[in-house]
Design a protein around this ligand. Structure first.
Ligand code: MG
Length: 235
């Protein structure tokens, strides 16, 4: 009995010493986010396209974006892609898209579009359903860099989801660069698992070096690809 009391006193002493300067700080209470319907948007998201208009975007070749908006859906036209007016760095992004139901073309010419983080790092949109191309250019590839882990494409015409967690590259105080990263789920399936993103753009975009933020860019690649329910949460 005496031993038990002594042991209890010892525990009390140990736990009271933890209340000093070395005690771990309690985590702050996480704030509440209403997740919204399946597919979002959650209550703290910035909604970039809710089916009504393109007011959150500018055109690639003109101030006004030239994409079609009909029945809650926007569709690419051959007059260039669209850039979000707002710029983002680290973020969680949700995009729903559909390749044309009528299959035309092959390889890179079938249902090609793209989701570019910071206007420069492309997650490829392509109809890769029974349509071969080079792996680091197929649907869900970090274009030109990293093939998706698996091909999770739905059939042409069907709605598909991208959920992207993006960390922007950073310039450190000593002038060196710290890579960012891509994690991507395609239709709920993990296809990019914390893949490094360097400081240089993946295309011939006239941007060089590391920047902190950039616009979301949705590509026109000459195929009529549809988009809906686009929202983003800066992290
Ligand atoms: Mg593309």
């Amino acid at each position: 009995m005496k031993r038990v009391v002594l042991a209890a006193l010892g525990l009390a002493a140990a736990s009271s010493s933890l209340r000093g300067a070395d005690a771990p700080k309690p985590d702050p209470e996480p704030r509440v986010v209403e997740p919204g319907p399946v597919g979002g948007p959650p209550s703290d998201a910035i909604v970039l396209f809710d089916g009504k208009d393109l007011s959150q975007f500018r055109g690639e070749r003109s101030a006004e974006p030239k994409w079609k908006v009909e029945n809650g859906v926007m569709e690419t036209t051959p007059q260039g892609g669209i850039f979000s007016k707002q710029e983002f760095g680290d973020c969680q992004l949700h995009v729903e898209w559909a390749a044309p139901a009528e299959v035309k073309g092959e390889g890179q010419g079938r249902g090609n579009s793209g989701v570019y983080l910071m206007g420069r790092y492309e997650i490829q949109v392509l109809d890769s359903y029974q349509n071969k191309t080079y792996p680091n250019g197929q649907c869900g590839a970090f274009y030109g860099h990293n093939a998706p882990l698996v091909n999770a494409c739905r059939k042409p015409g069907e709605w598909q989801t991208y959920d992207i967690i993006f960390r922007a590259p950073r310039k450190l105080a000593d002038g060196t660069g710290q890579p960012g990263s891509f994690t991507v789920l395609h239709n709920g399936v993990l296809i990019q698992d914390h893949i490094p993103v360097g400081g240089e753009p993946t295309t011939a975009a006239p941007l060089r070096g590391v920047v902190e933020q950039g616009p979301l860019y949705l590509q026109d690649h000459g195929n009529p690809v549809r988009f809906r329910n686009v929202w983003i949460r800066p992290l």
